[in-house]
Design a protein around this ligand. Structure first.
Ligand code: EPZ
Length: 416
């Protein structure tokens, strides 16, 4: 298994171009199943997760081709409705094919995604929403099996804000008979952009950017031709690198509004920012200031930046408090940071982080995508060498991370 060897301790500086967004690309890839045709998606990041999703689409009979970051998906001959456990277990987002398969074929057999590194991640809102639209679903030997579903419009209110369930039901509703109303919908850019892409293909959706979406079903859609938005979590991660190493990094090809909450928190920790329409320059302070963070659905502070922010807090000049309200047990990075000398006390879903003068390099193990980014960030500021194991997690969501860091002056290399 690949590892990353990092020699830390110096400020990083320079310019980094942010890649396309994983979490925006995956639902758009699923949406190509709604319409038989040739779909073109530009600026798709080359990641394990987009490769896995391409594999799922191929198993459903689509022809998929990457040419650099251009992804062409031909779904004219898609003829299978089964997404197997082997693939779904490696990437929960595979469940995004469920709604489009039911909408197009009236049938689906999709493996139920299990839990993940930090705990249960139910999909009940996806299932109850599709059932409200008339889908007959049952769980059969670990698979969600849907039959003769002619989806109909319905009014669905989400108990909790869910990115996945909002995207899923939006895709199911665009071809349904009648009107669907989604209340307490997610506002994440990944969802709003998916809606805009579908409207660009002829869908009728009102209220994008609000918590109440109204979707009037249409008989058919045009193929997708779109450019995937920049990855706001990758951008915020590099901003945290500047905060952690005390360097100055210019983030290019970004939409600052889409990670504003993270930028504001880094500003509070002492960073200075220069924002422009599609770039942000982040300069870290000599030493970060302590902050308090509470994760929230967008536009609040993203849970996908919680671990990276904790890394910054480990060397702050005082005590920080970081609470995760979205995933209350997403703290598998904490014991690994403790191996580097961090002082973190976990109380339920709250991490109390007492800043130390310096972290020390150590052997650590990544447990999930954002936890691994957190460990790499910590290693970049730590004294000496850090060996980060199981970095396949990183490859799921960061395109050419070590090359980008080396270009900023990092001493980092992959060990196969
Ligand atoms: C998306 O996951 C992202 N994944 C996650 O990013 C991100 O952490 C999450 O949204 C929250 O922002 C992708 O976009 C592929 P949710 P998703 O449904 O859709 C509960 C990363 O690092 N819930 O918004 O699975 C759930 O348990 C990944 O890139 C239900 O109870 O998240 C959680 O507490 C990790 N029932 C909350 O809602 C459901 O049916 C939000 O989950 C669905 C969700």
């Amino acid at each position: 298994m690949d590892k990353l060897l990092v020699r830390g301790g110096k400020p990083l500086a320079g310019t980094v171009r942010i890649s396309g967004s994983k979490n925006a690309a995956l639902p758009v890839m699923a949406a190509t199943l709604l319409t038989p045709g040739v779909h073109r998606l530009r600026n798709v990041p080359r990641l394990r997760d987009t490769q896995t999703f391409a594999r799922v689409l191929e198993l459903l009979g689509a022809k998929v081709a990457f040419d650099g970051n251009l992804l062409t998906i031909d779904t004219q001959d898609a003829n299978s409705v089964e997404a197997p456990y082997e693939l779904v277990k490696t990437m929960r987002a595979s469940i995004y094919v469920l709604g489009p398969l039911l909408a197009r074929f009236g049938r689906a057999k999709v493996s139920l995604p299990g839990g993940c590194a930090w705990g249960p991640r139910p999909v009940n809102l996806h299932l109850t929403g599709l059932q409200a639209m008339g889908a007959q679903l049952e769980i059969d030997h670990g698979y969600i099996v849907g039959r003769n579903a002619k989806l109909k419009g319905a009014t669905i209110g989400f108990d909790v804000v869910s990115v996945g369930a909002t995207a899923q039901l939006m895709m199911a509703a665009v071809l349904a008979q009648g009107t669907t109303v989604l209340e307490n919908a997610a506002l994440e850019p990944d969802v709003t952009v998916l809606g805009e892409v579908l409207v660009g293909c002829g869908a009728r959706i009102e209220g994008l950017g609000s918590r109440r979406l109204t979707i009037h079903g249409v008989p058919s859609l045009q193929p997708i031709d779109t450019t995937i938005i920049p990855d706001r979590i990758e951008a915020a991660t590099f901003a945290a690198v500047a905060a952690m190493t005390g360097g100055t990094i210019r983030l290019e090809n970004v939409i600052p509004d889409q990670f504003e909450a993270a930028l504001r928190k880094l500003e509070e920790s002492g960073c200075t920012l220069q924002r422009s329409a599609d770039a942000v320059t982040v300069s870290g302070a000599a030493r970060p200031r302590p902050v308090s963070v509470v994760t929230q659905p967008f536009p609040g502070f993203p849970t996908d930046m919680q671990a990276q922010m904790i890394a910054v807090c480990t060397i702050a000049d005082g005590t920080s408090v970081v609470e995760d309200t979205i995933y209350t047990d997403r703290f598998t990075h904490v014991p690994e940071l403790a191996r580097m000398g961090a002082r973190i006390e976990l109380k339920g879903n709250v991490a109390v982080v007492k800043g130390v003068d310096r972290l020390a390099g150590a052997q650590v193990m990544a447990t999930d995508l954002r936890a691994s980014a957190c460990l790499v960030i910590a290693a970049l500021a730590a004294q000496g060498e850090t060996l980060v194991d199981r970095i396949y997690h990183l490859d799921r969501g960061y395109e050419s991370l070590e090359q980008k860091l080396v270009a900023l002056g990092a001493d980092i290399r992959r060990i196969h």
